[in-house]
Design a protein around this ligand. Structure first.
Ligand code: SAM
Ligand code: SF4
Length: 490
């Protein structure tokens, strides 16, 4: 493809500046940290100001149409900018590049680079080619993921670090574009993950979040060629010095195994006995059983794995779950949720939901509302169904009027707000452990941090608190946050 003048005559700033804007999930945010690390290692410098950039990159998301429209809106702006500054390079990278390919030139004929997530590791070379030879580049190869796994990230946060454990997805849920955009599932070798986490621990990081579309299907191979599953990986990571908390997203409900549940609350020692009360549903016996164990003994060596899990249900209706090709029934989902709640008292559960999936009736939607009431999630993320190219569901008749879809979304979110508030009220007067993230930007006398279960807490700020684990008594709550008004007791 060569619709452009040769930009080798263009004079770039020294070092060459790039502006990088990210759309979408945590995985995209972390990919951008790695892209930054990669470009910096090749002499580029990141700038927060588009006007001083020699290169503008948009790292994009295709999960919903809305995210794509935001990118297209920006591209229209950059088109005018390129007329003013002919040397400016503009690239669309990530999921949208992989899905739209040449189609992006129809929207923005002057676009210089379209590069999918399977080729991130080649980005600096592709840019060199573009600068030396001009033209336009479309790069949609799925390269060896190992090349990008190894790229060091320039991280935006110095306490919390994202760590990729796998890329891609093999599930092909009928509505989802991810397997087409990011390719098939590949697990990263466990030693490499442990090494990265060790280096984070040495550099003052306290908390990590392991990233993958479906972390529970992690199947790594160690150097001795032995398989390591996700609970096995958690065990290795739990020993890393300096790291206090381990989180992970996302967990596919069909792959939540008893082994994973006992990794969060290592119940090896009480496994037999806990099984019986779980069947009888007796909380009293479970409580009694915990007596006599110290927290350390009870949780064995996996005390850093946080008591919180994000396992998207998507719908509460069996009919819709089947159409979505999710691989579990409502009953199976509820069973997993119950097992988690029984085995790990105080665990917080989070979920994603899609409303207005083709064929969703009022009754089907009512089943989703019921699921919220039954599980009592701590938080949810809910979206109106968006038909996606290449997916199976895009062929289905999408006959639900937009106003019904948005009314369902509002109803779902409003029910969740009341459940979140009730769940937070249960914490009133209780002490929670908080990892202090820093001073609140708006209220300078206020500190902020998160509980092990991921809830945001605000409290009186004192210098030197950042990065500390402190215990705080909760005095006030909203559906979104917890508050303490009294200084931390020393
Ligand atoms: N891998 C995760 C899982 O299995 O649930 C989710 C990854 S997906 C990128 C994040 C969320 O986007 C999904 O849980 C789903 O709720 C939502 N989503 C995906 N495709 C969608 C679509 N076509 N329309 C609306 N929401 C969608
Ligand atoms: Fe998409 Fe389903 Fe894979 Fe999640 S598990 S990324 S929803 S295909």
């Amino acid at each position: 493809m060569n619709r452009h003048p040769n930009p080798s005559s263009v004079v770039f700033s020294h070092p060459r500046n790039f502006y990088l804007r990210t759309f979408g999930c945590q995985m995209n945010q972390h990919d951008s940290e790695k892209i930054t690390g990669l470009l910096e290692s090749r002499g580029w410098k990141r700038t927060g100001d588009e006007n001083e950039a020699d290169l503008i990159l948009l790292n994009t998301c295709s999960v919903r149409r809305h995210a794509e429209e935001r990118v297209l809106g920006r591209l229209a702006r950059y088109r005018r900018e390129k007329e003013k500054r002919p040397g400016l390079l503009v690239g669309v990278i990530g999921c949208m590049a992989q899905i739209w390919k040449e189609g992006l030139w129809e929207k923005f004929p002057e676009l210089d680079l379209v590069l999918g997530p399977g080729s991130f590791a080649s980005l600096p070379d592709e840019l060199e080619t573009l600068i030396d030879s001009g033209g336009q580049r479309l790069v949609d190869r799925f390269e060896d993921p190992a090349d990008f796994f190894e790229v060091p990230a320039t991280r935006v946060n110095s306490l919390h670090g994202w760590v990729t454990v796998m890329r891609g997805c093999d599930n092909f849920c009928s509505y989802c574009v991810v397997p087409y955009a990011r390719g098939r599932e590949v697990s990263r070798p466990p030693e490499e993950i442990v090494e990265e986490v060790r280096s984070l621990g040495k550099n003052g990081y306290k908390e990590i979040t392991l990233l993958g579309q479906n972390v529970n299907s992690y199947r790594g191979k160690d150097r001795a060629d032995l398989p390591v599953d996700f609970p096995g990986l958690l065990r290795r990571l739990n020993t890393v010095e300096g790291i206090e908390r381990i989180r992970f997203v996302t967990s596919h409900p069909k792959d939540i195994s008893p082994a994973l549940i006992s990794s969060i609350a290592d119940l090896d020692k009480v496994c037999e006995s806990i099984h019986f009360p779980a069947q009888s549903g007796s909380d009293k016996i479970l409580k009694k059983m915990r007596r006599g164990y110290t927290r350390g003994e009870y949780l064995e060596d996996l005390d850093k794995v946080c008591e919180s899990i994000h396992f998207p249900a998507q719908s509460g209706s069996d009919k819709i779950l089947k159409k979505m090709r999710r691989g579990y029934t409502r009953g199976e989902y509820l069973e997993r949720a119950q097992q988690l709640q029984i085995a790990i008292p105080g665990i917080t559960l989070a979920s994603d939901f899609i409303v207005g999936f083709p064929g969703e009736t009022d009754d089907n939607f009512a089943r989703t509302l019921d699921l919220l009431r039954e599980v009592r999630f701590d938080r949810i993320f809910a979206f109106v169904y968006s038909p996606r190219p290449k997916t199976e569901a895009a062929k289905l008749q999408d006959g639900i009027p937009p106003e019904i879809k948005s009314a369902r979304l509002q109803q779902l979110l409003s029910l969740q707000r009341s459940i979140s508030l009730e769940k937070n009220q249960e914490l009133l007067g209780k002490e929670v452990e908080v990892l202090v993230e820093g001073k609140n930007r708006k209220y300078q006398d206020r500190g902020e941090g998160r509980t092990r279960t991921g809830k945001m807490v605000f409290f009186p700020w004192e210098e030197g608190m950042r990065g500390q684990l402190i215990n705080i008594r909760i005095e006030r709550v909203t559906d979104l946050s917890l508050y303490s008004y009294f200084p931390v007791e020393k």
